[in-house]
Design a binder for this molecule. Structure first.
Ligand code: SAM
Length: 188
């Protein structure tokens, strides 16, 4: 049977794939176990992924995964909060992706926090403004901090000038604690 709906992750990957050029440089702001970093690196034969995480274990997992796929040359890893995007990632950058929350199978207490997420997103908007780039954010309102992040994202992005920014928000209307996806693109 044909698939009618995409999960938030498949939908995000479709946005990324359609948007990226082979030589783009991108940021994965939450590397985790490296699945998103790997997918991005696979789209960028002449490009680069700069991946951030606050957990050493997450970066080790990411390194193992990209090494297994012989893609280490396309990826740089930073053991740092994504609050410091502007300090670490060389520009220009065309896409920045966030997969918020905690490491699957890891310590649920080490989760992205609305305050640092907000600081990071303000930098991310400045970075992609210069390249007519895009931002992709997966959010998990099913846990307390995720709910706060979701409210923050809705408030931050609904104030963006529609002449300059395209802001799209995917939510399961009858499953309000399911993951959501924001896709934000600079137009001019
Ligand atoms: C849902 S996981 C990411 C999943 C990942 N993209 C993947 O493909 O496996 C969220 C990650 O964000 C990380 N994180 C939490 N706070 C962070 C921060 N301030 N800066 C960067 N990463 C952070 C966590 O350590 C966790 O690994």
């Amino acid at each position: 049977m044909a698939q009618k709906f995409f999960s938030h992750l498949l939908l995000a990957q479709k946005y990324w794939k359609d948007f990226l050029q082979p030589n783009d440089h991108v940021i994965d702001a939450t590397a985790g176990n490296g699945q998103d970093t790997l997918f991005l690196a696979q789209q960028l034969p002449f490009g680069k992924v700069y991946a951030f995480d606050v957990q050493k274990m997450a970066l080790e997992n990411t390194h193992l995964l990209i090494d297994k796929h012989h893609l280490t040359e396309r990826v740089s890893l930073f053991l740092s909060s994504h609050e410091h995007l502007l300090d670490f990632a060389p520009q220009p950058i065309r896409l920045i992706v966030y997969n918020l929350g905690y490491l699957p199978g890891g310590d649920k207490k080490i989760t992205t926090l609305s305050l640092s997420t907000q600081k990071s997103l303000c930098q991310a908007l400045k970075i992609i403004e210069k390249t007519k780039g895009a931002l992709s954010i997966m959010c998990y309102p099913g846990h307390e901090e995720g709910k706060k992040e979701q409210e923050l994202l809705l408030s931050l992005f609904s104030s963006l000038d529609p002449k300059l920014w395209e802001v799209c928000y995917h939510q399961w209307t009858n499953r309000l604690s399911s993951p959501t996806l924001f896709w934000i693109k600079r137009l001019v």
